[in-house]
Design a protein around this ligand. Structure first.
Ligand code: GTP
Ligand code: MG
Ligand code: NA
Length: 449
């Protein structure tokens, strides 16, 4: 492929930051959706992905904006501390990031964690200084460019804005970063990358989108040029009614076709290439568009035989006529082993069960973290059935407190619940990951008494 500004794939942009800084809400504002309102506990617990086509970006910026990229693929990540693995996975996939900072809170623990991830991966990022509408006395100017909105504000509001901005700039300096408001210089680049925003009334959203597009298409031409090598990562393995087990993938570069042979780690053939509609969040159930061919970047749902053996976090490889299948298989196995080493546990401990591999991985990561430290004896994916209760029951004779199932975001079948009651296996269910810890610890305390 020819490397030029006229032959670019969509940049991938990851949204990161502390819990409740407004990452999902910013995306809602851009999409015109309310995904955040539907989240359990108001927190994000999975990686999300949305494709924003260039024409939609133009509608939110200005009609004469020069957009050379076909669109933007935006990845939403959770800010809660338990999801460090998902932040790491999300940021590992992106070309550029938005670091969301709550203007009233400044830099917080996961802001700094995200910052360190971005530094480590050498990823450039824009800072969205969010929730400006919460400055006392803010006059809303829906969807206005930020300079225009600031012009409408009283002196008191501008004073508070400036004080908070200066404090946050100092906090960035303490992290070794020199950052300023983006419009204080015509020079595009890391220094001038702070964009004040409101996810509720939309001030600064045009600025944010325009800066993202202009910065990537101007400075990342090499990285964003189409490649013949397919680059693709599995986000989730999911059962979807009518499609069987499917995989959601972040398709970073290349071209995919229906009928392509894929490896990762199973060898199979793509039956259907499906995408959510543009501007719609992958995490939200909806209808899909079917394609014969998809060019990167994109979020895709792939249907094929044998996908129940695919593993979140691994790469997907495409076998082209000039490839040796055995070589491709070997590369895919190496990836899988690395992930399995992290999640495959056996021994004394509780049985944990989650809805998808991605959420299971997050749950295990949380339970195994030093300050939680709950031992894991077995793992499962999908609804809790009798067989899972039987597996957890193995612990009854060894350590009674571990004869427990921690069920994250899954249903417990009637028979499983009855069996658990009969044999004295405890099942704790929650759709917020850290509630499982609380329930389990309360149970341990109760046993001790
Ligand atoms: P996690 O994904 O759980 O880490 O949170 P998040 O960063 O995605 O934040 P989220 O979008 O869930 O927003 C958290 C809360 O802040 C919600 O109640 C939002 O309505 C509110 N919020 C987000 N952005 C703004 C904003 O610009 N202004 C105001 N007033 N509220 C906001
Ligand atoms: Mg969120
Ligand atoms: Na939240």
């Amino acid at each position: 492929f020819e490397q030029s500004e006229d032959n670019l794939r969509s940049p991938i942009c990851c949204i990161m930051g502390h819990v409740d800084a407004g990452k999902t809400k910013l995306l809602d504002c851009i999409r015109g959706t309310n995904v955040q309102g539907g989240e359990a506990g108001g927190i994000t617990q999975q990686i999300g992905a949305t494709y924003l086509p260039a024409e939609k970006i133009r509608e939110r910026t200005k009609p004469d904006a020069t957009l050379k990229v076909p669109g933007l693929l935006v990845i939403d990540t959770p800010g809660h501390e338990s999801f460090a693995n998902l932040r790491s996975r999300g940021s590992g996939l992106c070309d550029i990031a938005i670091l969301v900072v709550d203007i009233k809170c400044g830099l917080e623990q996961q802001t700094i964690e995200s910052l360190n991830l971005l530094k480590m991966q050498n990823t450039k990022f824009i800072i969205a200084l969010n929730k400006v509408d919460r400055l006392f006395g803010w006059k809303k100017c829906p969807n206005a460019p930020i300079k225009k909105a600031l012009k409408q504000q009283s002196e008191d509001v501008l004073n508070e804005f400036n004080i908070r901005l200066t404090q946050i700039i100092t906090q960035f300096k303490e992290q070794g970063l020199n950052r300023e408001l983006y419009y204080t210089s015509k020079k595009m680049g890391e220094t001038f990358s702070i964009v004040p925003t409101s996810a509720i009334s939309g001030e600064g959203i045009p600025d944010l989108l325009l800066l993202l597009v202009q910065w990537t298409q101007k400075t990342m031409v090499e990285k964003l040029t189409y490649s013949n090598e397919v680059q693709c990562t599995v986000l989730e393995v999911k059962v979807v009614e009518g499609h069987g087990t499917t995989i959601d993938v972040i398709f970073v570069n290349g071209v995919l076709h229906e009928g392509d042979q894929i490896v990762g780690p199973i060898v199979t053939t793509i039956r259907a290439l499906l995408t959510p509609h543009p501007m719609e969040e992958l995490r939200v159930k909806g209808t899909y568009l079917r394609h014969n061919e998809v060019t990167a970047s994109m979020v895709i749902k792939i249907t094929a035989k044998g996908l129940q053996h695919a593993i979140a976090g691994t790469s997907l490889y495409v076998v082209r006529p000039d490839h040796d299948l055995e070589d491709v298989k070997e590369a895919a196995m190496a990836d899988m082993k690395a992930v399995m080493r992290r999640i495959d546990r056996s021994g004394e401990g509780v049985y944990v069960q989650a809805s998808t591999l991605g959420s299971l991985e997050a749950l295990l990561h949380f339970l195994m973290s030093p300050d939680v430290n709950i031992p894991i004896g077995g793992i499962g994916i999908g609804p809790v059935h009798k067989k899972d209760v039987m597996k957890a029951g193995v612990m009854l004779e060894k350590k009674r407190e571990y004869a427990t199932i921690l069920a994250f975001d899954v249903v417990v079948s009637q028979e499983a619940a009855e069996l658990a009651k009969a044999v004295n296996v405890k099942i704790f269910s929650a759709d917020v990951i850290f509630h499982l810890k609380r329930k389990f610890e309360a149970y341990i305390d109760e046993l001790k008494e």
